[in-house]
Write a protein that binds this ligand. Structure first.
Ligand code: PLP
Length: 381
């Protein structure tokens, strides 16, 4: 099997699995309990908080564990609107956000908020200048993703953060695709709130975190016990948190090495696809791009069919976003970068990790050549 769907989820590092096993079998106490099995679990959670805070230059008290990227995005947007809605009711975001942000924005619109969905250019980029033009006196929040999950474009978060800070507007970034892959310093980038998810950087599923800069008001999304200072109640997911911590640590330690390797693999794959398959168009920005992202369009060929045919060859890939597969809708990101409906349905996403090899990618190129040729001659008939 060749796994090229790392933007959908990643294979957990063995160290993450070990950390989970340890907490499941040994440290199974409730972190709120006062005996040592409980306080040990609590210490484990606090240690994870310190580790993860350090990876982004934050304070441990600014990290809140959640059930993943979706919850972090929901919490950030809904709670900022709840806490700051009396100052204004306008939000700025982009048209290429993950549905966890876009569908939360739609909900907020139904609650009386106004949302500006910035148009991106054909590479999936918005500029700080675009954001500036959209700012109104009643703008309370700017939410722009760090890097796009479909086309891999890395957005100018630092410039947008600086602008937001200057104007006294809160800045949230969905960094689910970037955290663990690209260096992030929240102070330098002027980030007020940041979402991340364990399973996108070789940790477990169902766990993530939200960074909230101290001083930012954030009412809870859920009501219950006193965990996380009452702001995120519910018994802590200790195994998930321990597994995510292990993955965060390894991802930070190996970041440069992994990035160089992935970029080398990525550029090899892009080069071969562009050279050897006629009418293969790269989506996203060539330079400002996630190290592991390849996204191409074969105009006129259904992406779903290509994914299915690759799957018969033991290759895991994706067309558009994994979260929308099953729906017949063309990729909203494809449409946003200007592809027509047909071409937005023709996207193929191959996302790699440092564990992939050049040989695997060469196999994929050969299989793709055959598949594309087969489909094209079938379409002609
Ligand atoms: C995967 C993803 C999410 C959702 O994260 P989950 O942990 O799966 O809920 C949100 N935003 C982006 C950009 C993602 O890639």
């Amino acid at each position: 099997m060749i796994y090229l769907d790392n933007a959908a989820t990643t294979k957990p590092y063995p160290e993450a699995v070990d950390a989970m096993m340890d907490t499941l079998t040994e440290l199974y106490g409730n972190p709120s309990a006062i005996y040592s099995l409980g306080s040990g679990a609590k210490k484990r959670v606090n240690l994870a908080k310190r580790t993860i805070a350090a990876t982004i230059g934050a304070k441990p008290t600014e990290i809140f564990f959640t059930s993943g990227g979706t919850e972090s995005d929901n919490w950030a947007l809904r709670s900022v609107c709840e806490a700051y809605g009396n100052r204004g009711k306008h939000i700025i975001t982009t048209g290429i956000e993950h549905h966890a942000v876009l569908h939360t924005c739609e909900y907020l619109e139904r609650q009386g908020f106004e949302v500006t969905y910035l148009e991106v250019n054909s590479f999936g980029l918005v500029s700080a200048e675009d954001v500036k033009k959209a700012i109104r006196p009643d703008t309370i929040l700017i939410s722009v993703m760090f890097a796009n999950n479909e086309i891999g474009t890395v957005l100018p978060v630092e410039e947008i953060g600086a602008l937001a800070r200057e104007r006294g507007i809160l800045f949230h970034t969905d960094a689910v695709q970037a955290y663990g892959h690209l260096p992030i310093r929240v102070e330098k980038l002027h980030i007020d709130l940041l979402s991340a998810s364990g399973h996108k950087f070789h940790g477990p599923k169902g766990v993530g975190f939200l960074y909230v800069r101290s001083g930012v008001m954030l009412p809870p999304l859920l009501y219950g016990g006193a965990q996380e200072r009452g702001l995120r109640p519910g018994t802590e997911n200790v195994p998930g948190i321990a597994g995510m911590e292990a993955a965060a640590k390894l991802s930070a330690d190996r970041m440069e090495e992994n990035r160089r390797r992935e970029e080398q693999l990525r550029d090899h794959l892009i080069d071969r696809l562009e050279k050897e398959i006629p009418h293969c168009i790269l989506n996203g920005d060539r330079e400002r791009r996630l190290p592991g992202n390849v996204n191409v369009t074969f105009p006129g060929l259904p992406g779903e069919t290509i994914v299915l045919m690759l799957s018969h060859k033991g290759i895991c890939a994706s067309s558009g976003s994994a979260c929308t597969s099953g729906e017949v809708d063309p990729s909203h990101v494809g449409r946003a970068i200007g592809l027509n409906e047909r071409d937005a349905n023709s996207m193929l996403r191959l996302t790699l990790s440092a564990e992939n090899t050049l040989e695997e990618l060469d196999t994929v190129v050969e299989e793709l050549k055959e598949i594309v040729e087969k489909l094209r001659s079938a379409m002609k008939r």
